[in-house]
Design a protein around this ligand. Structure first.
Ligand code: ASP
Length: 325
């Protein structure tokens, strides 16, 4: 178990529990969306929130809530994670995922895995049952299988929509043409969830197929603790989505927590600063979902849209487009 223990911060009991999630950020515009697609996304986001809410309401842990919410999203072909993952340049699916526990700052991550049905549970197994934080490729698969995480044949991850998205990109590369906005939008995506349980513990997780046409074993931010995922009961939990190369360089998730820890900023101030100032000024696109130990929630993004939602006792919000919360 890889952990540093520190005292947890007093919990505002009136907040009880909270959970926030995302299904990726990008060029999500109402005009490009059919009513059926919009409904399908909203239903999936609502279902994911309900899964998390049931666990938290019954006194379950934030870790179980994050794991189960993300497993549902990994099963849903609408999102670029698990079954709905995008294809690499060579036509494979390679998953990245990470998990962090804000109580003791233990963390686990996997990258480049191809045959594990629920990559988020592989990351959780690394966090809970290994002496390491970050495992890659075949070693990560072997560890996950030994831990009893379910396997899946690579064909399980084939979806026609993602395959066609790769073909469109390969064709535009061949012909030297620009990608349409819609095709560009289908290049990425990620799922992520941050939860606060009734004991005041925060957990965060992120899972993705990465970016369509990724080459040379490219790894994005999603499995990188401090970039794609972060959780610390002292400050907040964060899950990122967007152009991974920028999120890695600006250590986006940790930067938000650091602004709260060292400068005393609120969750909103810290996450707005990192997404709207630092990331945007440097040309990075994407967003985060985050919550603090008081149950405050932030969902800033600088793209046209972000699939997102949160629940707190008596409160539920689901959004996709910019002007919605
Ligand atoms: N952050 C992911 C990556 O770079 C992609 C995304 O969230 O859209 O792999």
């Amino acid at each position: 178990m890889n952990s540093i223990t520190h005292t947890s911060v007093p919990f505002d009991a009136s907040a009880k529990y909270a959970l926030v999630l995302h299904g990726g950020a990008g060029t999500i515009i109402k005009a490009n969306m059919t009513t059926e697609m919009e409904m399908a996304y909203k239903d999936a986001l609502n279902e994911a929130l309900t899964i998390g809410e049931k666990i938290l309401k019954a006194g379950g842990t934030s870790i179980d809530a994050v794991d189960n919410v993300i497993r549902f999203m990994e099963d849903c072909p609408l999102f670029n994670a698990g079954r709905g993952s995008v294809f690499t340049h060579e036509g494979h699916v390679e998953h990245d995922a990470s998990f962090m526990n804000g109580f003791d700052m233990s963390a686990g991550a996997v990258t480049g895995i191809k045959m594990i049905k629920y990559p988020i549970s592989a990351a959780r197994a690394v966090m809970e049952n290994s002496e390491h934080v970050f495992l890659s490729g075949q070693g990560a698969e072997q560890f996950a299988i030994e831990q009893g995480v379910e396997k899946a044949d690579p064909s399980y991850f084939y979806t026609e929509q993602r395959w066609l998205a790769l073909q469109r990109i390969l064709q535009s590369e061949d012909q030297g043409t620009e990608l349409s906005e819609d095709a560009d939008n289908q290049k990425h995506g990620t799922v992520g969830c941050v939860a606060l349980d009734i004991k005041g513990n925060i957990a965060a997780g992120t899972s993705t197929g990465g970016m369509t046409n990724k080459k040379f074993g490219r790894i994005g931010d999603s499995p990188i603790i401090g970039a794609g995922t972060y959780a610390d009961n002292k400050t907040c939990g964060v899950s990122s989505t967007g152009h991974g190369e920028f999120f890695i360089r600006f250590t986006v998730a940790r930067d938000i927590a650091a602004l709260m820890e060292y400068k005393g900023l609120s969750l909103k101030q810290a996450s707005d600063e990192v997404i709207y100032n630092k990331l945007t000024q440097n040309g990075g696109l994407g967003g985060v979902v985050a919550l603090d130990v008081f149950g405050n929630i932030a969902m800033p993004f600088n793209t046209e849209g972000m699939y997102r939602g949160y629940i707190r006792p008596g409160e539920r919000v689901v959004g996709m487009y910019r002007e919605e919360d």
